[in-house]
Write a protein that binds this ligand. Structure first.
Ligand SMILES: NC(=O)c1ccc[n+]([C@@H]2O[C@H](COP(=O)([O-])OP(=O)(O)OC[C@H]3O[C@@H](n4cnc5c(N)ncnc54)[C@H](OP(=O)(O)O)[C@@H]3O)[C@@H](O)[C@H]2O)c1
Length: 255
């Protein structure tokens, strides 16, 4: 069977661990060539690169802090040198840097979350659009990894993070309006509670207990379950999915 992403080149931000790493592997299984962006986790990024190459796909790693435009410009230049163009951009890098009750937060805390989870997507997208436009492929896409927090307001101590993810969901809609004329689809993916290093860093307590109460399937998800959806959305099988959000949350109990 023909691989669904064969011939496509992808830039994935934050692909050293978790959902981004799983997405790199899902893309590789479908034949895409990949730039694996990372910031701190160089050893993990190298392991992802090795796994992608073992699957027979091309992969390069590049360190860039997505909140810093100069570093993102270097990432985009590197991608241009290697591939010339891209067909897929996944804005995945993000984090709940620290859970904090809103009344204990300050402006630096707020700005750090908006920078990492929203402004980063602006910086990466703005600089990557020429690479997407360079491609002659008729199907190109930008996939923004938002969060169920965009809808729920997030768990305890996550107001700044949830607000940034809400902004990212809106950014998807605005961008889709402007990029459809170039044949570029823009979609948000909204993961629920997914077991990744994110929750160790964010000190999420009792993940399975939370999932048991909040998720119809009564379990947390795996990074691979989100990655499969991202790979589908980046493929031509999703050629009529645009300007919307896809939830990968096991059925979130709202209210
Ligand atoms: N896990 C969940 O339950 C969940 C739910 C909803 C949404 N999400 C979203 O899913 C995305 C991936 O998170 P994850 O769960 O897979 O967590 P993760 O394993 O902690 O992955 C986060 C990734 O983002 C990268 N990153 C962080 N800061 C960066 C920066 N300044 N510049 C470049 N890369 C940076 C990390 O790279 P380094 O380690 O190399 O710095 C890492 O590769 C995030 O946007 C997160 O908000 C996660």
């Amino acid at each position: 069977m023909e691989k669904e992403l064969y011939g496509k080149k992808a830039l994935i931000t934050g692909a050293s661990t978790g959902i981004g790493a799983a997405t790199a592997l899902a893309f590789a299984r479908e034949g895409a060539s990949i730039i694996i962006n990372y910031n701190k986790s160089v050893e993990e990024a190298k392991k992802v690169q090795e796994k992608v190459r073992n699957l027979g796909s091309e992969a390069f790693i590049f360190k860039a802090d997505v909140t810093k435009e100069e570093e993102v410009k270097q990432l985009v230049d590197f991608t241009k040198d290697k591939f010339g163009s891209i067909e897929i951009l996944v804005n995945n890098a993000g984090d709940l840097i620290e859970r904090k009750p809103f009344i204990e937060t300050d402006l630096n805390y707020w700005r750090a979350h908006i920078d990492l989870n929203l402004t980063s997507a602006y910086i990466v997208t703005k600089n990557s659009i020429p690479l997407l436009l360079n491609s002659k492929n008729r199907d190109r896409s930008i996939i923004n990894v938002s969060s169920i927090a965009a809808i729920t307001g997030g768990g305890k101590g996550a107001a700044a993070y949830a607000t940034a993810k809400g902004g990212l969901k809106t950014f998807t809609k605005s961008l889709a309006k402007e990029l459809a004329q170039y044949g570029i689809r823009v979609i948000s993916v909204m993961p629920g509670l997914i077991i990744t290093p994110f929750h160790q860093k964010a000190k999420t307590e009792d993940i399975e207990g939370w999932a048991n109460r909040q998720v119809l399937l009564k379990r947390a998800g795996k990074a691979e379950e989100v990655a499969e959806v991202i790979a589908f959305l980046a493929s031509e099988r999703a050629s009529y999915i645009n300007s919307t959000e896809i939830f990968v949350d096991g059925g979130w109990v709202l209210g």
